[in-house]
Design a binder for this molecule. Structure first.
Ligand SMILES: [Zn+2]
Length: 568
C-alpha cells in the first residue's frame, strides 16, 4: 500500500488521489504482475536476502522478490505463472568480454575447440572440406599450440587435406593463425617476405615459412578473405543471439567488432529480436585516438544509451599471449633468452591515451596478459584516474594472466577491475601446456590469480572472450571453482590457492559484470526495480558436486520480462 501511495501521490490534487488510492486498494491490493516465477530456489545475488521463492515481473522490471506467499499477491487475471519446479533461478548472466560478431560468424566455420589431438583437428577439417565443396576459403578456429609437434602448427598437415583451396585456421586465442601453402601463395608470403610490425612469420631452418603466422602476420592472409556482407553478418548475429539465450547470457561487454556492427544490433532491437543486452567498447590502436575516433565514439554514444545497447568505453591491446611467447613479460620467457614478448604500444603513448580517455570519463579495458603489460596498465590507470579526478571510470584489465606478486594488491587499491575468463585457465595440457612451459615454474605459481585479486579487495568480472573459448558460462564456473579440467584433472586442482568460491564465481558472472559495465543499478541481481532478466536452470549448482556444474542446462531465459528461450 505504502509503495502505491508513494508512486501515485500527486501533490497538486491530494484529495482525489487519496480517494482513487482507497478504491484501488479495495479492488486490487497490489500492482498486477505480467508474470510470476514461483516455486523456485532463487539465488538473488542480493546480499541482503540471498534466497527467494518467487519473482514477480511487470513492464519488463522486477516488481517483487520474496516468499511465494507475498509475491503471489501480485497475481491477477492475465498473469503468466511459471512453475520453477523447485529448481534454481539466477539473475541472467553477464559475460564481460566477448567478440559477439566474430563469435557469431565463427558458428559457421570449422569448430576445432572440441578436438584434443592433431588427428581430431584434421578429421574435423577433412569433414568440412568434404561437406562444403563450394566454400572458396576453408576457415576454422580453436586449435591450441600443444596439439602440434614443437608447439606450433605446420602447413604440411593442411596441405595434405586442403591442397587446392586456401585454408585459414585461427588459434583459439586469436593471436596466431595456421595456413596452408595455397594461402601463403595467394598472400605472396615466401622466404623473402619481411615480418610485419608487431608480427612474425614463423620459418624453418631454411627460412621457409611454415604456415604459422603470429600476431599481425596473420593479417597478411586474413585480409584476403572476403568480408561477410551485412546480410551475412546479421544472419550470423541472429544465430549468436540464439546461443546466448540458450546458455543464459543476457548481457555482454563487446570487446571488439561490435562497434562496427552497432547498426545491425540496433536493427534487431527495433524489430524486437535483440535478446542479449550489449555494452560496446570501441577499439583503438596505437599510437592513440584520432579526431575521427573521438567523433565516432561521441556519435555512437549519442545514439545508443539505453538498457539494450550502450557504449562501454575503449578497448586497447597492449601485448600478445604467453602461449606463443608474445605476451610482454618483465623477464625473458623460460628457455628463450632475450625474448620478453612485446608491448604493442610505446609506453608513453599508452599512458597518454589512457589519460585522455579517462579525462573524458571513458572507461578503458586493456588486454594485458604478461606481467610487464599488466604493470604498465596499472601505472597508466593510476595516473589516468588521478589526473581525471574521476575514480568511477572503472578501468579494466582484460585477462591479467600473470600478475607480478607486487602488483596483485593494486587492483583493489586502484579500483581496477580484473576481467578474467576462467576457461582460459583450463588446466588441460592440450590447452595450457605451452603457457606453463613458456612461463616457467616461478611465474606459473601466480597464473590466473583470481582469488588473490579478490582477497586484495579487487573486483572480478568473468567472461569468455568468445570465440576464444565457448561462451557457455557453466564449464567456466566449474573451472573457476575447481581449477581442474573438465575431466577432473589434476587431482586437487592446478594451483588450488587460486580457486574461487562458487558464490564469488556467480557474483563475477552477474553483479561483477553489471558493475564492470556501469549497469549495476539495473542488472546483476534479482531486486525490486531491476530489469527482469533471469534464468531457470536444470540443477542447483550450490548443492551438487562442483564437477557437474558444466552439465547445467538452462531451461528458461527471460530478458526484460520476456521469455526468449524455453526448453522446459
Ligand atoms: Zn578479446
Amino acid at each position: 500500500m505504502i509503495e502505491i501511495m508513494r508512486t501515485r501521490l500527486n501533490p497538486s490534487s491530494l484529495l482525489p488521489a487519496a480517494i482513487l488510492l482507497l478504491s484501488a486498494a479495495c479492488s486490487s491490493p497490489r500492482p498486477a504482475a505480467d508474470s510470476i516465477v514461483t516455486n523456485a530456489r532463487a539465488y538473488t545475488v542480493d546480499a541482503g536476502k540471498p534466497w527467494a521463492e518467487a519473482v514477480a515481473v511487470r513492464d519488463g522490471r522486477i516488481l517483487a522478490v520474496g516468499s511465494a506467499k507475498d509475491v503471489l499477491r501480485h497475481r491477477a487475471e492475465g498473469t503468466t505463472v511459471v512453475d520453477a519446479g523447485g529448481r534454481l533461478v539466477l539473475p541472467g548472466l553477464a559475460d564481460s568480454h566477448v567478440h559477439f560478431v566474430s563469435g557469431s560468424l565463427n558458428l559457421s566455420h570449422i569448430d576445432l575447440a572440441p578436438a584434443k589431438t592433431l588427428e581430431e583437428i584434421l578429421d574435423r577439417i577433412r569433414a568440412f572440406v568434404r561437406d562444403n565443396p563450394e566454400a572458396a576459403w576453408i576457415q576454422g578456429r580453436g586449435w591450441m599450440y600443444p596439439q602440434f609437434p614443437g608447439n606450433m602448427p605446420h602447413k604440411r598437415f593442411l596441405d595434405e587435406i586442403v591442397p587446392y583451396r586456401p585454408a585459414y585456421m585461427r588459434c583459439a586465442d586469436g593471436h596466431s593463425s595456421w595456413v596452408n601453402s595455397r594461402a601463403l601463395a595467394l598472400a605472396g608470403i615466401d622466404r623473402r617476405t619481411e615480418d610485419p610490425e608487431n608480427g612474425r612469420i614463423v620459418r624453418d631452418e631454411q627460412g621457409e615459412p611454415t604456415g604459422a603466422l603470429l600476431e599481425s602476420a596473420a593479417h597478411l592472409v586474413s585480409k584476403l578473405i572476403p568480408e561477410p556482407t551485412p546480410e551475412e553478418t546479421l544472419a550470423a548475429i541472429r544465430r549468436g543471439l540464439g546461443e546466448t539465450a540458450r546458455l543464459g547470457v543476457v548481457l555482454v561487454h563487446g570487446m571488439g567488432g561490435e562497434f562496427e556492427a552497432l547498426d545491425l544490433f540496433d536493427k534487431l532491437r527495433r524489430e524486437g529480436s535483440l535478446t542479449t543486452r550489449l555494452s560496446v567498447s570501441m577499439w583503438v590502436d596505437a599510437p592513440g585516438p584520432t579526431d575521427k575516433d573521438w567523433k565516432a565514439y561521441e556519435d555512437a554514444a549519442a545514439k545508443f544509451h539505453d538498457e539494450w545497447i550502450s557504449l562501454g568505453g575503449i578497448k586497447l591491446m597492449l601485448d600478445g599471449v604467453i602461449d606463443s611467447g608474445t605476451g610482454a613479460m618483465l623477464d625473458p620467457y623460460e628457455g628463450q633468452r632475450g625474448n620478453k614478448g612485446q608491448l604493442f604500444w610505446e609506453p608513453e603513448a599508452y599512458m597518454k591515451a589512457v589519460a585522455a580517455f579517462n579525462a573524458r570519463g571513458l572507461q578503458v579495458s586493456t588486454h594485458s596478459i604478461g606481467d610487464a603489460a599488466i604493470r604498465l596498465s596499472l601505472d597508466a590507470y593510476e595516473q589516468g584516474v588521478r589526473a581525471a579526478g574521476n575514480p568511477d571510470v572503472r578501468n579494466k584489465i582484460e585477462h591479467a594472466e600473470d600478475i607480478a606478486a607486487a602488483d596483485i594488491a593494486r587492483f583493489g587499491r586502484l579500483g581496477v577491475i580484473g576481467s578474467f575468463q576462467p576457461l582460459h585457465a583450463n588446466p588441460d595440457p592440450a590447452w595450457i601446456g605451452s603457457w606453463i612451459k613458456n612461463a616457467g615454474p616461478e611465474r606459473e605459481q601466480r597464473a590466473f590469480a583470481w582469488k588473490a585479486v579478490l582477497d586484495g579487495g579487487g573486483r572480478l568480472a568473468f567472461g569468455s572472450d568468445w570465440p576464444v573459448v565457448t561462451i557457455d558460462p557453466w564449464p567456466a564456473i566449474q573451472v573457476a571453482v575447481t581449477r581442474q579440467a573438465l575431466d577432473g584433472l589434476p587431482a586437487g586442482g592446478w594451483l588450488p590457492q587460486h580457486k574461487v568460491q562458487l558464490a564469488d564465481a556467480v557474483y563475477a558472472y552477474t553483479m561483477g559484470g553489471a558493475y564492470a559495465m556501469h549497469r549495476e543499478k539495473d542488472e546483476g541481481s534479482l531486486e525490486r526495480g531491476k530489469l527482469a532478466d533471469l534464468i531457470l536452470v536444470s540443477q542447483n549448482i550450490f548443492e551438487i558436486d562442483p564437477h557437474r556444474i558444466a552439465e547445467t542446462k538452462v531451461l528458461l531465459t527471460m530478458v526484460g520480462g520476456k521469455i526468449v528461450y524455453d526448453a522446459r
